[in-house]
Design a protein around this ligand. Structure first.
Ligand code: ASP
Length: 408
């Protein structure tokens, strides 16, 4: 049996055993949390050097700035289009299934912790440029790092002879980090076991989770059905007909990334594995992987966008707020923006939902309605987010042909 298969077997066993132990044993499993944190920290440790070196190398390997412009335009276009489709699916599903009808309201409170996190559209634009790139790296603010690295990489390629050692240096950094991902992958089975078991345990095991979900079960199902349509039908169709890839082998190659996404609920923490799966297991060119996936982990969140739309309309239905066509169109726009603005970390979508709710004048207390099950839904939407990035890498690889296979 190949090493890859063995690893995959361990990983799937880890996630299943974690789910089972957390569900059945419950609370005592939270003692495993530190093992999960260790795995998560090991992944996060790689993010900053990986993003900086990948973006610089992506620009350098593009060679021509015009090619970069075309690829960049396509990446953004693909992201916007698929995010918009996801939101639309969410809006249609929530209008058909009407999960908010008959939900009884408690005395929901706007969670205190959200008060200082409210984001406006201008904050999203401002977050692109950081006054202190080191501080941004320390805070793991990925977007300004991407902007800086793209600009830096672009400039370095214009320096001719003097720029060459800089590019070679970052090429080496990138290769070394990818090797470190291999090492960390062997820790993944135990890591995902611990993450899943401890989080389910913390939520009170099977009975605790079921009670919480049942309270707003219809909402929960609406999000899951929407995510299912997008992740299992729309994205595979794009993969087949635009990227011209075979769906099952490609999805099979991404399983390590998808299970990690489900276990960590963080697109950013999953990024090193997404890159490894796309490039090494699915043969997407290094150039496309390096350009598309880091950007995707931060701004391409189909699952989050879909969930934001469903959640906002669900809250309106539960509170008895009528939403006309205009209001739903506004939700369409703001949910797309809120997903772009959400960081690739657990439950970031819940925070940016403030944008959607405020846009249509819904009370922010509505968030209290969906708070308790959010951590669980987060896992499913993060998986769809990462799957969207993976499909994007294949699409761009096909649409922007380059000097493929020119590995350094
Ligand atoms: N956890 C999600 C991600 O990392 C973001 C969110 O929807 O909260 O992709």
């Amino acid at each position: 049996m190949s090493r890859e298969r063995l690893l995959l077997g361990f990983l799937l066993t880890g996630i299943l055993a974690g789910g089972l132990c957390g569900w059945l044993i419950g609370e005592p499993m939270s003692a495993w949390a530190w093992v999960g944190t260790l795995f998560l920290n090991a992944l996060k440790m790689l993010i900053v050097p990986l993003i900086v070196s990948s973006m610089i190398m992506a620009v350098a390997e593009m060679g021509d700035v015009r090619r970069l412009g075309r690829a960049g335009g396509l990446v953004i276009g693909y992201y916007l289009m698929t995010t918009a489709i996801a939101v639309l699916i969410g809006i249609v599903m929530v209008n058909i299934l009407q999960p908010g009808g008959g939900v009884s309201l408690g005395a929901e409170q706007f969670p205190e912790s959200f008060a200082d996190k409210q984001k406006g559209i201008q904050d999203i634009v401002l977050s692109l440029v950081s006054p202190n790139i080191v501080a941004a790296a320390a805070r793991m603010d990925i977007l300004p790092l991407i902007v800086f690295s793209l600009a830096f990489g672009g400039i370095v390629t214009t320096l001719g002879e003097r720029g060459r050692p800089v590019i070679r240096f970052f090429d080496g950094v990138n290769a070394a980090i990818m090797k470190m991902v291999h090492l960390i992958m062997w820790m993944a089975p135990l890591g995902v076991f611990a993450l899943v078991a401890s989080r389910l345990g913390e939520a009170g095991g099977g009975s605790g989770i079921t009670t919480e979900i049942l309270k707003i079960g219809k909402y929960f199902m609406t999000v899951l059905i929407g995510l299912g349509i997008h992740g299992l039908i729309v994205l595979p169709l794009i993969l087949r007909f635009v990227a011209r890839r075979r769906i099952l082998p490609y999805a099979g190659g991404m399983i390590e990334a998808l299970t990690t996404a489900w276990s960590t609920a963080s697109s950013s923490a999953t990024l090193p594995i997404t890159m490894r799966c796309a490039e090494e297991l699915n043969g997407v060119s290094r150039r496309s992987t390096m350009l598309v996936t880091p950007l995707g982990a931060t701004i391409n969140m189909d699952g989050t966008a879909l969930y934001e739309a469903v959640a906002a309309i669900f809250i309106a239905q539960a509170l008895g707020y009528p939403l006309d066509f205009g209001a739903q169109a506004l939700i369409f726009l703001t949910a797309t923006l809120a997903a772009i603005g959400a960081a690739g970390i657990p439950e970031a979508g819940l925070v940016t939902m403030v944008i959607v709710l405020s846009a249509v004048g819904l009370p922010l207390e509505g968030i209290g309605l969906i708070l308790t099950v959010d951590w669980f839904l987060d896992r499913f939407r993060t998986t769809v987010n990462v799957w969207g990035d993976a499909v994007g890498a294949a699409v761009i690889d096909r649409l922007v042909p380059g000097e493929e296979g020119k590995r350094k």
